[in-house]
Design a protein around this ligand. Sequence first.
Ligand code: F3S
Length: 670
Amino acid sequence: MPKVNIKTAKTAGFCFGVSRAVSEAERLSRGENSVATLGELIHNADVIASLAEKGVRVVNSVSEVKKDDTLIIRSHGVGRAVYEEIEAAGINFIDATCPFVKKIHDIVSEYSCKGYDIIIAGDENHPEVKGIIGHSFSSVYVISGASDLENLCKSENCFSNNKQILVAQTTFDLLKWRECVEIVKKHCTNTKFFDTICSATTNRQEEALALSCECGIVVIVGGKNSSNSRKLFDICKNRCKAYFVENANELKKDALSEIVRTVNILPPNAEFNIGITAGASTPADIIKEVHSIMSEAIKNDDTADIDFMAEVDKTFKRVYIGNRVKAYVVAVHPTEAVVDIGTKHSGYIPADELTSDPSLSPKDVVKVGDTIDCIVTSLNDAEGVVYLSKKKVDAAVSVEKISAAKDDNSTLEGVVTNVVKGGVIVSCDGARVFIPASQTGVPRNGKLEDLLRKTVPFKVIEVNEARGRVVGSIRAASKEVNDAAKAKFWSEIEVGKKYTGEVKSMESYGVFVDLGGVDGMVHASELTWNRIKHPKEVVSIGDKLDVYVKAFDPEKKRVSLGAKDPNDNPWTKFTNEFAVGDVIKVQVVSITAFGAFAQIIPGVDGLIHISQIANERITNVNQILSVGQVVEAKITEIENEKMRVSLSMKALLEPATADAEEVPDEKTEE
Ligand code: F3S
C-alpha cells in the first residue's frame, strides 16, 4: 500500500480581518437593531447564507439601508465618498474595514494630497481596490502585474505628475509584487513603493508555495470570488495538480474522484503528499469537512499523519481564560482596542478593560503597533474571538509596586476615580486603592466628590496581595510634605526675611498668614501705615500678602510679621514735603480734652493744643472745633524721633489784648 499524507496548511482559514467582521455581524445580529452589510461581508457563500439565517441582510448601496439598520462596512473598506454618504444619511454604522486596508487608505490619501500619482497593484474590479481608489485625490493607475507596470513606466507622458507611489492590494500575489518592485527600481526612479500585502496573505501564500513544492496535489478551499483564495490556487497550480473548491460538496463532485484515481495508481511502496489550504474567508468547519471527506475517500489510515482537527484545535485552544499573553495592537476604536495575540483568534480589549481610569479613552492608553501584556478574560473558540484585559495585568504589576512602596514608605500618586461608601477609590497604575474618608484630608463636613478626577499623592497603609486590597492615606502623604516644609521653614527663618503668604484667618487684633505650612501673625498696626479699626478694612481671607519677619520663637512656634512697606512710610513723605513754619490745611480727625488731632497727610496727624486754637482761653475744644472740620494751621514743631507734629491755629491770628490762661503743653503725635 502506498503511504498518503494529508497536510493541512497551518494558515488555512479565517484571517484576523475576516474573523473580526464576521464576529461583529454575529454580535450585532443578537441585538435589537436590524443589521445590513454593504456588499457581501466575505467571499464565502456558506458564511453569507448562515448570516442571512441570523437576519443579516446584504445591501448593495447606501440608499438601500433602512432607518433602523446598523450598517457594517466590510473588511474590504470603502472610498471616502461612501463614508460621506453614510454620514449625510445619518446611518448608524460599524466600520469593520481591516486595519491593513485602512493603512493603504491613509497612505493613498496622504501621498495623493502631496501631488503623487497612485499606482495600485491589484484587481481593478475588486471592492478593496475600488475603495482604495476612492481615497485618492490624484490620478490612479491599477496594474495587474509586472508587464502592466512595465508598459506604464515606459509609455511617455503616462503619469499626470512626475512622482508616483506603488501600493498593493492586501491579497496581491507576493511573487508578482516582487517583480513589480524590480521594475519600479529599474524604470521609475520617482516612484516610492509600499508593500501593503497583509501578513495574513503573505503567510498563506508562502505556506501554499511550500505545500505545492512537497505535495503532488493541493486542494484550495475558498469562495469563487475570494481574491486571496484564487491567488493560492494560482500559486499551487504552477507546481502541482491543484483543485479549487468552495466546500466539501464541490470537492465530491469531480475533484475527489480524480484524487482517488491518482492515489490508486501509485506504486505500492510510494509515499505521496496531498495538501489542503484555504483562503482567509474560509471557515474552519468547511476545511475540516473537506479534510475528513478526503481521508474517508482515500481510506488509508496512514493519511492522518497530521490530524487536522488537532491542528485546528491547537490553534484555537492555545489560550485559556487567565492566560497572560503578549498582544500586538492592530487597531484602536473609541470602544475597544483590537489586538493580535499570535493565534487565529480575534482579540478585543474593551475600553473599560484597558484602563481603570474612566476619563481616558482607548487612544489615550494604546496606539497601533504597541505590544502590551494582557490577561484572557473570555474565550469563544467557535467564533474565534478572545476578550482580554490590560488593566488586570497592570493592576497585578501595580500591587507589587504598591507593596514595595509600603515597605520603603514612599509616596505614590493616583487619580481619584470613585466615591464609595466610607471613602474614595484611587486608581494607581491600574490598581484600586481604597482611601478611607478619615484619611482623605477632606474635613468632616467637606465633600469627597471634590476629589473626583484629581491626581493625589498617598501613602500605602495596608496591602493584602492575596485579596488584591490596598488601603492608602492621602492625609499621611500631605502630613509628610507639611512636616518637611515646616522643618525647612524653621531652619531658614531670620528676622527681616520676606515671604508671600495667604491670609488664613482674621481677628480684630490682626491676621494669620500661612507662610507655607507655618502661620505667622500680622498685628493690625503692622498691616498699614494708616489708622484702621479692623484688619478687614485692608485685607480679606484668601488674599496674598507680602510680609517680613519682625520676630520669631521656634520653641513656641510663633512668628510675628509686618506688612507695611517702608517705602510708603508717610512720616518720610511728610518730612520731605513739610517744614516748621509751613501753613497748611488740615482736617480734624479726633478731639481730646487737651486739643484736637488733625490729619496733615494720610498716616500723619498733628496736634493742635487747646492753647493753640484761639487767642482767648477756651475750656472745651468742641466749642470751636469738630471732627471733619478743615482748618488752617501753622507747623510749629516737628519731633523726628517721636514722629510728632505740633500745629497752631493761634499763630495765624492777630495777638489778643488779654493773656489767655496757661494750659500745660502737650506734644503732637503721629
Ligand atoms: Fe485583512 Fe488581510 Fe484578512 S487585509 S481582511 S487580514 S486577508
